[in-house]
Design a binder for this molecule. Structure first.
Ligand SMILES: [Zn+2]
Length: 476
């Protein structure tokens, strides 16, 4: 809380200022005045609301705390601007159109950050951006989005306007705007734009001020079915067969942001469809990225003492049959995953590494007995995301891509089954080369071409929305 009494930063709300002692004031004839007039005689947000001055063209409301005042502002905004927001941004703009519109909005008088934020959110969804970034610089602020792994610069603006846009995003994400210079994380609901969509907003203090990143998540856009991931047929068949097991550990590997989580969700949906909702299907994730009907999902919350281990310990007392552990990050999580898979549970998880052989070596290096690894792991899916070329010349006005020449990505992967031969090799504590050789011979399809092992910028980014409009999730 800002209790120093210093001047507050520019407020996101047109014509209204929120002071740190809980006073909202603004010019009269602003759009919120009518709501204020109706509401002002009642108790509102637990505070006695009083109109302090209605004659001097200044309209003020006093709340008992800055928090209540802030919530009141959000309330006013939602009621008044909701209909406007729905009318705006009803179609997908090209990137050239977005830049022109942002240029106009960012220079408008009086300054108004709302349409800027709305445009970033709505068009970000239309473009299936994975992220939108608000980055403060030394002299200016920069707005960018990332689509199919590539950064798309959108606009540059003055520090004052940048602060307004940033505050507007904070308001929408329920973060009080007077909190500055602290790392923050919150959820920004986007149901107004698209059903089941939201964004995770993270704020990072930098030497030039707060930087915000919005990571989009839209349920209807992520590939739901295994077959829609775009995996080669052999890898898909291997993975599907692996999911038939009643017990064992199935790992999805790949570099950061190679679509591992999307694949894990598709695997779970596959299992839920096959087994039905009655089965005990549990997940532990950090954070829960997608609500999955038929599964019991738990989010890791270290601040409240819920880490992977604590959550898993409780889940195992709840009689699970299938368990998804978002990521194996350390020996303890790996031990829990292996133990659960050896005691009659099907366990799905991901591991950040470059090849299936590396995954096995990592587990051996963590100090597990080879026989435990060989009898628990059923198979490893190693995957990457490959950009799907647009076919255009990368022009700004391309209707199918944001001028990057890339229109979405699809998963590419190999399935490494732990066959009898692999099992025997693991028992001998193999060197990585031996395991790589056997993996190369037995993976389906044959392992990647070497260049694919070096993820380019385009492959490094996460994807929740891999394919552009008109193409079903992840397919070519
Ligand atoms: Zn294009």
């Amino acid at each position: 809380m800002n209790t120093t009494g210093t001047a507050l930063p520019p407020q996101p709300f047109i014509g209204a200022a929120l002071s740190n002692d809980g006073l909202i004031s603004g010019r009269r004839q602003t759009p919120w005045e009518s709501v204020v007039r109706v509401r002002s005689r009642r108790t509102w947000f637990g505070a006695v609301v009083s109109v302090i001055d209605t004659t001097n063209q200044v309209h003020s409301l006093r709340f008992s705390s800055v928090d209540k005042a802030h919530r009141a502002l959000v309330w006013i905004e939602e009621r008044i601007y909701e209909p406007v927001r729905q009318r705006l941004n009803e179609r997908r703009m090209t990137v050239a159109e977005m830049r022109a519109e942002l240029h106009r909005l960012l220079a408008a008088e009086p300054p108004d950050a709302r349409p800027v934020a709305d445009l970033l959110l709505a068009q970000g969804l239309f473009h299936r951006a994975s992220d939108v970034h608000l980055e403060p610089g030394q002299t200016n602020g920069y707005l960018r989005m990332r689509v199919s792994g590539a950064f798309v610069p959108l606009a540059e603006c003055s520090p004052a306007m940048f602060q307004r846009v940033l505050n507007r995003i904070k308001v929408l994400a329920g973060i009080p705007t007077h909190i500055q210079g602290q790392p923050l994380e919150s959820r920004l609901p986007l149901e107004n734009w698209r059903a089941g969509a939201d964004a995770r907003v993270t704020v990072l203090p930098t030497v030039h001020g707060d930087r915000a990143a919005l990571r989009f998540h839209a349920e209807d856009l992520a590939p739901k079915e295994l077959a829609a991931l775009g995996l080669p047929g052999e890898a898909l068949a291997g993975l599907s067969a692996g999911l038939q097991h009643e017990a064992g550990l199935i790992l999805v590997t790949g570099p950061a942001n190679s679509g591992k989580t999307t694949t894990l969700y598709a695997c779970l949906r596959h299992v839920i469809q096959r087994k039905g909702h009655a089965t005990g299907i549990f997940t532990v994730e950090d954070p829960v990225e997608c609500r999955l009907p038929g599964a019991v999902q738990t989010a890791v919350d270290p601040q409240h003492g819920i880490d992977y281990i604590a959550a898993l310990r409780n889940i195992l007392r709840q009689d699970p049959e299938v368990l998804m552990i978002g990521e194996i990050r350390d020996r303890e999580t790996a031990a829990a995953a292996i133990q659960a898979s050896l005691t009659g549970h099907l366990v799905l998880s991901s591991l950040h590494c470059g090849s299936p052989a590396e995954a096995i070596i990592r587990l051996l290096d963590m100090g597990f007995e080879p026989y435990r690894i060989s009898s628990s792991v059923r198979g490893v899916l190693n995957q990457r995301l490959r950009p799907v070329p647009c076919g255009c010349d990368g022009a700004d006005g391309c209707p199918s891509c944001p001028g990057t020449g890339v229109k979405g990505r699809r998963a590419e992967g190999e399935w490494f089954e732990i066959t009898e031969a692999v099992r025997r090799l693991i028992l001998d504590r193999p060197m990585i080369d031996d395991l790589e050789a056997l993996a190369a011979a037995s993976s389906l399809p044959a392992a990647f071409d070497p260049p694919a092992l070096l993820p380019s910028d385009a492959q490094r980014a996460d994807y929740h929305q891999p394919a552009p409009a008109g193409h079903e999730g992840g397919q070519k």
